[in-house]
Write a protein that binds this ligand. Structure first.
Ligand SMILES: *Cc1c(COP(=O)(O)O)cnc(C)c1O
Length: 375
């Protein structure tokens, strides 16, 4: 048998989650597929969504270029904007939409060789996250400067939430108020919501959503959303079974010691496949559809799973690291990480696509090849 570990991405789930995002938010939604679609394969996901997506969002130019080269014709917003004049020229040639979040990017537009009234720009206003974007007090000035370049066709006003995934904080309500006050007199579409914003903050729903995490069937922290379908399943099989006597340790550093007689299954998935090395004993894993747990430390290529209470499980049993039985958010919570990071880090294990339009069999074909070349 070949190494039985693999990742399955269900493109029907992706599409269904996208439709849900758009239905809840109303209006239009970008499908955020930066970071190789959060580890799901950007081009495969883009192809699956292209017939209906209002547009895509990626982090930087080369992610957008790979989509264009893969035949994606939908609008693509570049969330970090252009880093230099050469990138701006390429973005213009590829008909990309650009976020502008600091003054130097407006200078680039002003001096760039770009046809009049050509670019669709998203002007990013910092409403309280204090990471990227113009201060609220500068919103009007930045807007005027952008217009005065003569290069823009449209300006969409955007902001980003720092903690929309919790309803316990007043921060999101304050961000919405600040953004609205800062942009009150400025014309143009608005875009405030990431996944958590569009799900939990109805007041933030405007012309455009920017749905990322929920596309992949992962609900933002702390809330369940039964309609969401996990897009990624990380599977393997038990390839060996052993018994432990009470007092016997297992794995590197002997971090786990059997307290009773145990049956333990060996699974060929490790941190080189993207399974988190910090996952402690007790992290949930499903075997033959039943919940059990990790025992001992995660190695580079292997981990062990407790079969003691699953007498029917054994050699060849199906293992789900995460998917429909074990949600990736549970695994992330068990190891003090966020689900974004876990799905982004999946690698080495082959990826197959499922779903009506799964045109690409293997992620090595679908995976975008990043070559940071411009400038
Ligand atoms: C990544 C990102 C999103 C998507 O956020 P999710 O929490 O994954 O939905 C939206 N907007 C911006 C600016 C982003 O960088």
């Amino acid at each position: 048998m070949t190494r039985p570990s693999h990742v399955v991405v269900d493109l029907d789930s992706l599409r269904s989650n996208y439709r849900l995002a758009r239905r809840i938010h109303g209006g239009r939604s970008l499908a955020v597929i930066k970071g190789d679609a959060y580890g799901h394969g950007a081009l495969a996901c883009a192809n699956a969504l292209a017939p209906e997506a209002d547009g895509f969002a990626v982090a930087f130019l080369d992610e957008a270029r790979a989509l264009r080269e893969g035949g994606i014709a939908n609008p693509i917003l570049v969330l970090e904007g252009a880093f230099n004049d050469a990138e701006l020229a390429i973005a213009n040639a590829l008909d990309l939409w650009l976020v502008v979040h600091h003054d130097e990017q407006i200078d680039m537009l002003a001096r760039g060789r770009i046809a009049p009234r050509r670019l669709n720009v998203w002007l990013k206003i910092d409403s309280g996250m204090h990471r990227a974007g113009f201060d609220c007090a500068d919103a009007g000035r930045a807007y005027e400067r952008l217009l005065s370049t003569g290069k823009v066709r449209s300006i969409t006003l955007m902001t980003h939430f720092a903690r929309a995934d919790t309803l316990r904080s007043t921060m999101t309500a304050e961000q919405i108020e600040r953004f609205d006050a800062a942009t009150r007199h400025l014309p143009g579409d608005r875009s405030l919501c990431n996944s958590a914003g569009l799900l939990w903050w109805p007041k933030a729903r405007r012309d455009w959503a920017r749905a990322g995490l929920m596309l992949y069937g992962i609900p933002p922290e702390g809330n369940e959303l039964p309609q969401l379908q996990p897009a990624m399943t990380f599977n393997s099989r038990v390839v060996a079974v052993r018994s432990l006597r009470p007092g016997e340790p297992i794995g590197y550093n002997a971090t786990y010691v059997a307290q009773r007689s145990m049956r333990v299954g060996l699974v060929c998935v490790g941190y080189a496949d993207g399974y988190p090395q910090t996952a402690p004993s007790g992290t949930p894993i499903a075997v033959d559809g039943r919940r059990t747990s990790l025992v001992g430390r995660v190695s580079m290529d292997m981990l062990s799973v407790d079969l003691t209470d699953l007498p029917d499980a054994g050699l060849g049993s199906e293992v789900e690291l995460w998917g429909r039985t074990i949600r990736v958010a549970e695994v992330a919570a068990a190891c003090g990480r966020i689900p974004y990071e876990l799905v982004c880090h999946v690698r080495r294990a082959p990826v197959t696509y499922r779903g009506l339009e799964a045109t690409t069999e293997n992620k090595s074909l679908a995976r975008i090849d990043l070559q940071y070349s411009a400038g």
